[in-house]
Design a protein around this ligand. Sequence first.
Ligand code: CTP
Length: 416
Amino acid sequence: MASPQPGAAPGAGPRRPWTGKHVLLGVTGGIAAYKAVQLARDLTRLGAEVDVVLTRSARAFVGEVSFEGVTGRPVHAEILEPGHALDHIRLARAADVVCVAPATADFMARASIGRSDDLLAAILLATRAPVLICPAMNDLMWSHAATRSNAEKLSRLGYQLVGPAEGPLAYGEGSGPGRMEEPDVIVQHVGRALEDESRFRGRRVVVTAGPTREAVDPVRFLSNRSSGRMGFALAAAAWRRGADVDLIAGPTVLAPPAGLRVHRVETAEQMKRTVQRHIADAAVLVMAAAVADFRPRDAAASKIKKDATPESIALEAVPDILKETAGDRPSGCLVVGFALETEDGEANARRKLESKGMDLIVLNKTGPESGFETETNRVVLLDREGKAEALPLLSKDEVAERILDRIERRMPFLDE
Ligand code: CTP
């Protein structure tokens, strides 16, 4: 499935990857209900048909008209209304995923014991689609033993809890765990729940991203211009396809994507050791990191003063992570590398593919819209069978999806 970023790929118009999918969005009565309008809008923009069900208390916070306005569909509120007696069954069956956001403590209590005293609770019993529950409440209410026990019961029932996040709560309530996850994070979880057929499901994927840094002295370093965007996009997309993702990231300002584990590192040596720690049961290794190739042989222990400016700095090679972790990878682990070349791109990339034991290499073309520090990329995918596929200029999210499509074709399903 394509990326759930509502952005536009260059020249392609707005992308609507969830066309034909039904999301049932349940909204219960918490102050975070106002954010559910944004969530309904984002899901609709991705192409999904969004059926909103409001509980009675939700209507004290936010109105039906707002949801109708952003989804273009009628909003449902009452169970057993004349003419709508079977709505709970119809809506439950139509849903590909049910997402309750925000979910109050009271709703969680009712759902945990299987009540069906309003339309939303009844839908939870009648659906067989994946159910996401996004709690939102005061931190004291969240930490109460009754709520914790209800949350555990919901997990045991197979519902997935998304959040709560930590941060400022309602006006005057300070800060703590209890805040609803942000709509963009919930959208990512909905995307993962919608993905049913992926070969990535249940597989571990290790992705490296960003630059590495090698110290010259305590305040200076050698590095490169990599932003980490391509690797982050790959990690996020693999997670949405159901993978269990470890993202090993050099220094970058990018926010960690939803759901996956992020390990922050600085040097090539640290990146190598972190890959070794997480690779043992990986199905795929994607080396998107732009590893700084060399480091000062002797980093100065204190800041080099201007009047002691060295005429030269002796350098040595850093470990080659792909080569030096080859023995740690399980057999059958698919290896994807990157090559950023300024000349003889294909020949150089093919040489790297061979010498580093890769299954696929992504040749990055440098230019104003491609390579480091850009939102878009122009790449050629070269595989070990000698095939070359040149992709057009695409957003990095779109490139990530195309790379994962290629990887996925090389993977068997887990039960095959
Ligand atoms: N790579 C690595 N360890 C390094 C350097 C690179 O594992 N020390 C990985 C990169 O993450 C990438 C691939 O090897 O997936 C190719 O990286 P690149 O920098 O293009 O190749 P190098 O072998 O460093 O060759 P050169 O810089 O001379 O082009």
